[in-house]
Design a protein around this ligand. Structure first.
Ligand code: PEP
Ligand code: MN
Length: 374
């Protein structure tokens, strides 16, 4: 946990009305008409809190549409004036920050290709020193929690307190159904490291196709995300960037209506007491698991002593492969996935080896005068 970091809860930000916070708008600002039509239609749904549009577009390959640049900031200002919606755009350099702030953009976000770069992040943090603005940090393109954390920390150190994260998934070399892999656990770990940091999900860049938006958005709600950033264009099929994943404002409105919203607690006392009872069962099983692991490690240590006495190696690859295969087969009959069983057994095996290494090296360490960790 980072104790010296101050983060203002999303419910205190002026853009917040209800959970989930909805940020919507086109991938890119393309023309004044495109922006105004889309913004009017989104505002008319009454379901959007912030209007987004990319002004400077970080494209993977050259010769793609790279955004209209500062010209588009005038249109964003017009959107705010006409619809009353606060606006958001992506910034990747010091110049972007100054320009966006000059035109009164309310919310800035840092794109995945920028979070990944500590130099760029520091340049942005320096430009934001002491500025009263709301900032969201998208996850880096690669599945690296520390880079995401580092980007948040740099902004916090610059005095930004209204800061949140956007989970848009992680790229991989292999072609997969989704454009970017969710790897939900990384966002859950981020929340664990910064309790109080709000997290939105960006199902548009995660799925890469409008067909996936509903399911991904629902999953984010089920995981208690604070909001969604979704790309919406009045004419998605003719969008200049990310056309497959954009939806019309009407489609967005239907998607939001269909979301099932859940709360963390319930005012229903019957429900809460049943939950308490079920949770105490979970606590009992967790304690049992720990007891069993302790006993298993004790046996592993005895084996370690025995191997030492007979000069036998700690690692016994064949035996280990047998254990894994057997457990995976048995786990399958108990509804446990191959991935889960393999991960858990690998961790147990590593711990066993660590215990056995300690046993094997105890005397050697004493002989050479090193302290023995007990
Ligand atoms: C975007 O929001 O349009 C964008 C470029 O997103 P990301 O940084 O997630 O790729
Ligand atoms: Mn996009």
């Amino acid at each position: 946990m980072n104790t010296n970091i101050q983060i203002e809860p999303l419910r205190n930000w002026k853009i917040f009305r209800n959970k989930p916070l909805i940020i919507a708008g086109p991938c890119s600002a393309e023309s004044e008409d495109q922006l105004m039509i889309t913004a009017r239609e989104l505002a008319a749904t009454g379901k959007v809190d912030v209007f987004r549009a990319g002004i400077w577009k970080p494209r993977t390959r050259p010769n793609s549409f790279e955004g209209v640049g500062s010209e588009g900031l005038k249109w964003l200002k017009q959107v705010k004036l006409e619809t009353g919606l606060p606006t958001a755009t992506e910034v990747a350099t010091e110049k972007h920050v100054y320009e966006a702030l000059k035109f009164g953009v309310d919310v800035l976000w840092i794109g995945a290709r920028t979070t990944v770069n500590p130099f760029a992040m520091q340049e942005i943090a320096d430009a934001l020193q002491g500025v009263d603005v709301m900032v969201f940090v998208k996850n880096p393109i690669n599945p690296e929690l520390e880079l995401w954390i580092g980007a948040v920390e740099r902004l916090c150190k610059a005095g930004i307190t209204r800061i949140g994260a956007i989970h848009r998934g992680f790229s991989s070399y292999e072609k997969t159904a989704f454009r970017n892999q969710p790897k939900w656990q990384i966002a859950i770990d981020l929340r664990q490291r910064f309790p109080g940091l709000s997290i939105l999900c960006d199902p548009s860049h995660m799925g890469g196709d409008r067909a996936f938006l509903q399911d991904i958005s629902q999953e984010a709600m089920d995981l208690d995300y604070d909001g969604l950033m979704i790309e919406s264009h009045f004419d998605p099929d003719h969008a200049l960037s990310d056309k497959k994943q954009q939806v019309t404002p009407d489609q967005l409105s239907i998607l939001l209506d269909q979301l099932i919203l859940r709360t963390v607690d319930s005012p229903d006392s019957q429900f809460m007491s049943t939950m308490d009872e079920l949770r105490s069962q979970i606590d009992i099983y967790d304690d049992l698991l720990l007891d069993i692991l302790e006993r298993r490690m004790q046996v592993a240590q005895t084996i370690g002593q025995f191997k030492k006495a007979h000069n036998i190696t700690i690692l016994q690859s064949n035996r280990w492969q047998e254990i894994v295969n057997k457990a995976v087969r048995k786990g399958g009959t108990k509804g446990l996935s191959v991935e889960f069983i393999s991960t858990i057994l690998k961790a147990i095996h590593q711990e066993s080896i660590a215990h056995q290494l300690k046993v094997m090296n105890e005397n050697t360490m004493m002989e050479i005068g090193l302290p023995i960790e007990k």
